[in-house]
Ligand binder design. Sequence first.
Ligand code: PGA
Length: 251
Amino acid sequence: MKTIIANWKMNLGIRGSVALTKQLLLTLKGQKMAPEVIVCPGYLALAEVRKVIARSRINLGAQDLFWESQGAFTGEVSPTELTEVGVTHVIIGHSERRGILGESNEMIAKKVLAACVNGLVPIVCVGESETDHEEGNTLSVVKNQLQQAFSLVADQGFKNPVYVAYEPVWAIGSGKTADPKEVAKIHEIIRQNVQPIMSGGVFVLYGGSVNGENAQAFLSEEEIDGLLVGGASLKLGELTEIFAIAAHNIG
Ligand code: PGA
């Protein structure tokens, strides 16, 4: 089964997130074949969206978390606070956090550990910059990001499944997409790198300017387990189209 993750970023608000979630439920209702769906609204909308998706097949994801469970960490949100509102998945190390907020590989490693300790499924984002892409450094950058992100969970015997979202920084929100065949090759290497560390299952997704038009080219690749969708996930029509394509690309 393919997985579609909707990353709504700092868009939609509470009302907008609830409205779109209700529409998505209607779209998925009664469909025998459907992808795994994870919606990631902003923190403030999590509890309300949770009410809408209760007893449905849609899963709830957060866009980030802090690595401590409790304490004097003004403005942060802990893994336990997330599980309390029904969050099951969490995006970690998105390129916007790495780039805009200066999130380091060390911080990302702590977040991956915190997610695993608290039974959350981490969605770890990796991807190279435009310069690294042009200079042919993609694989070394991605391997280094993976090695660091999973450094604290290595040899700990966690049984959590883990998602890795390969999102080239230059493809995010730019309208430019990576070549699906190239992506498939990179995914294979990501899987080889992470599988020995996480025995609960490794699912590798692509993200970066995905929409209803280009989704088929990615989802028809066996190595691509699903998609992390940003901009297009704000539009019901695009998302519905991506769901339908995902449902028909089972492998
Ligand atoms: P995009 O964003 O689909 O708008 O490129 C993807 C992401 O940032 O996860």
